[in-house]
Design a protein. Structure first.
Length: 93
């Protein structure tokens, strides 16, 4: 399992209040009931905490799964990406 997946789970649970039980590799942002604003905020947080501010999530298809997102981050940032500290909390959910 990628080192990125726990960071994605952390962002989704702490920032967007997505229940851990709903987070699966085949989950999409739509299946997690993330609206477009939440998806944009998620992309910024993930880019900043795992990719050092680099990366263009617009290259991912709209129906990208969490596994797709993880593979994209792994390919873009590599396994030595900065993992950041605490994740901010949002009232988006």
């Amino acid at each position: 399992m990628s080192a990125i997946h726990p960071k994605i789970t952390e962002v989704l649970t702490h920032t967007f209040k997505v229940p851990v039980a709903e987070i699966h590799p085949d989950s999409t942002m739509d299946s997690l009931e993330m609206d477009s604003l939440a998806v944009a905020e998620f992309a910024v947080l993930i880019r900043e905490t795992t990719m050092g501010g680099d990366g263009d999530f617009d290259k991912l298809p709209k129906d990208a799964t969490l596994a797709d997102i993880t593979r994209y981050i792994d390919a873009t940032a590599g396994s030595g990406a900065p993992m950041g500290g605490l994740v901010p909390t949002s009232n988006a959910r």
